[in-house]
Write a protein that binds this ligand. Sequence first.
Ligand code: PLP
Length: 464
Amino acid sequence: MKSKVDLISLDDAINLNKKEVRSLYKSYVNPGFAALLGMLDFDKKFVRAEGVSVWDEEEAEYLDFLGGFGALNFGHNHPKINAAVERVANLPNLLQVSLGTLTAALGHNLAQITPGNLSRTFFCNSGAEAVEGALKLAKAASKKKKVVYCERSFHGKTMGALSVTGKNKYQAPFQPLVPCCEPVPFGDTSALEMKLKEGDIAAFILEPIQGEGGVNVPPRGYLSEVRKLCSKYDTYLIVDEIQTGFGRTGSVFACDYEEVVPDIMCVGKSLGGGVMPLAAFTTTEHIWDRAFGGFERCQIHTSTFGGNARAMAAGIAAIQVMLEEDLASQAKEKGEYLLNGLRMLQEKYPSFIKEVRGRGLLIGVEFNPLSKGFINKITGGRLNKIAEEYFAALVAAELMNNYHIITAYTLNNPNVIRFEPPLIISREQLDRLLSALEEIFKTSQSMWGLVLASGKRVISSLTS
Ligand SMILES: Cc1ncc(COP(=O)(O)O)c(C=O)c1O
């Protein structure tokens, strides 16, 4: 501890202004991230959130089309989910030597909504942790060494999850990663079969629709074919539904779309109702028992906060709300509406939009590659690089600053802007996005026009 301690109280913390937050972030949290958000004018201070809306200090309303990267299917601060967490405030939140009452109930409820015979669940705190557990489970149950994953996949940033995340930028600084993890192209069953034939493969891990890879939807029938191949070569199929789960893609889980039953499924994000960090992997009785059955092995994989009462209460309420409000059908119907609207924009502005893709309310818009431009000279190529690599971020900055619409690019493919709003969003709110995009394309006329308009603040931050 420092010799003189100067603490910020919770009340003072809540009242910090934007400048103070930025300065504290620079000194104590992540200066690079603070600079990036500042450059795009994204570092606003938001003081209230409800449903699809958040409000800044001046009471200006913003629409959240980012939806917590898929963690806010129910919207911000859903009253039933907040109430559930408050309802258990006096229970012991953690008591690892007893069986958690709410853990038992959430395990049961999850088994009611997951596909086929998935029934045994391990609860943890983050998506990456769920993926780690799933990989360990597959290895321990199969007694095999290798794991196959997809190029452009995203499964998290801890060592095991990163080892099956197909993005060199994230992997490179941390080599060597976990050994025996091998990539195959997404959507390619022949490449998968060649790999599975090699043998000794514990699991194939797959997102049913790649989220961070740029919202990549596989060819129809891919998932069912993958299921057949994994069964044929005695390899466990791990489906990562962390981003696609809980109604997001128009069915409760994206693998329901092709009625595929994985051997192991990872869930997270919206499982915690957008208020508690909560994730899990779930599997069959048979696989669980092979890996973790009996006194000897029942504790070889644990997590201190796994199954804590508040997270469990949020999970129980989240599943209930999802079914009561039929959020999967809402996502399907509204997703089709938004996809149609975006495809109409693509027809009208083909010089901007290369492709519109997605299912339900997991939608990506890929922009055309940017032609080389004259700004290169002024900024020594740096703006060019930013515009080329992060064009979608410039569109996101326009949407945020001029239209009060919050979006972001996808992590593994920064030329794709994602729309992943809470599933409770209204038609009128979807129309606000469509008109904003139309106005941006119309007024900037060309991609370089947009770079110049939105890039003014970027240029000044690069040349100052
Ligand atoms: C499909 C998928 N898996 C895993 C993760 C990692 O989740 P977390 O950030 O909670 O560790 C993500 C996060 O975006 C994801 O989209």
